[in-house]
Design a protein around this ligand. Structure first.
Ligand code: PGA
Length: 234
């Protein structure tokens, strides 16, 4: 376009994304940066609460999150599925059971994300709703550290299925088939509704909602064990 020729698509793109979006956003940046070499990107990866704080302080151009804020006026566009699943060590006694009762999760030592995490909030809401107390063994502020703790036999956890990307079929982790799971969620691209998007941010949002989304679906189908392309997307 004329704008490209005049070099208008240059400048800085400031993105802030929740922790699980690190399993897809960085992969989309390569093709985007090759197309627009004049754009440089800063990417913050943080939890739900910090995203909300950054949003109300207007620190970034665009956000990728799962639970949309209730008290901020925002514009949001749905990207792809980001379901929560129960993750256990591959040798867990319930590994081959079908439709495991939610109640049984109350007997398992549990590893929980830190306060402020959207994953933690979703998990707490589900178990409170069903009046099942969890035996929380440990709070950990990192999805990857939680996976290591599960593999090490500390307990089970509930995380985004995307955290299993690149685990492969020889993974030491497995997904338990528990009733009420997966918890259906999505990633959204979002920004405060009063905000005027820069040309650079608009360009990235358009890319994200078209090619970016397709690429993310393909990558998920390829890298997450047991996920077919047809169970993803909206
Ligand atoms: P969290 O969010 O890092 O705040 O838990 C992750 C998600 O909602 O997928």
């Amino acid at each position: 376009s004329v704008a490209d020729l005049k070099g208008l698509k240059q400048g800085r793109l400031r993105l802030a994304v929740i922790t699980t979006a690190k399993y897809f956003v960085p992969r989309l940046l390569g093709p985007f940066c090759h197309r627009y070499p004049g754009i440089d990107i800063s990417l913050q990866v943080t939890n739900h609460e910090h995203i909300l704080n950054r949003m109300s302080d207007n620190l970034d151009d665009l956000y990728v999150m799962s639970q949309l804020p209730e008290h901020l006026d925002i514009i949001s566009r749905r990207i792809i599925e980001n379901p929560l699943v129960v993750i256990a060590p591959a040798n867990h006694p319930l590994a081959n059971e079908k439709n495991i009762s939610l109640q049984l999760m109350g007997n398992e030592p549990f590893i929980m994300r830190e306060p402020g995490s959207g994953t933690r909030k979703a998990v707490q809401e589900l178990f409170e709703e069903h009046k099942i107390p969890l035996k929380v063994q440990l709070d950990l502020g990192s999805n990857e550290a939680i996976k290591q703790a599960i593999a090490g036999g500390l307990g089970i956890s509930i995380l985004s299925r995307h955290t299993l990307a690149l685990e492969g079929s020889s993974s030491q982790l497995t997904i338990l088939d528990v009733e009420k799971f997966p918890i259906e969620r999505y990633w959204y691209a979002a920004y405060p509704s009063g905000k005027q998007l820069s040309i650079v941010a608009r360009t990235f949002l358009d890319y994200l909602m078209t090619e970016g989304k397709e690429l993310a679906e393909k990558n998920a189908a390829r890298t997450i064990p047991g996920v077919s392309q047809f169970s993803l997307g909206d």
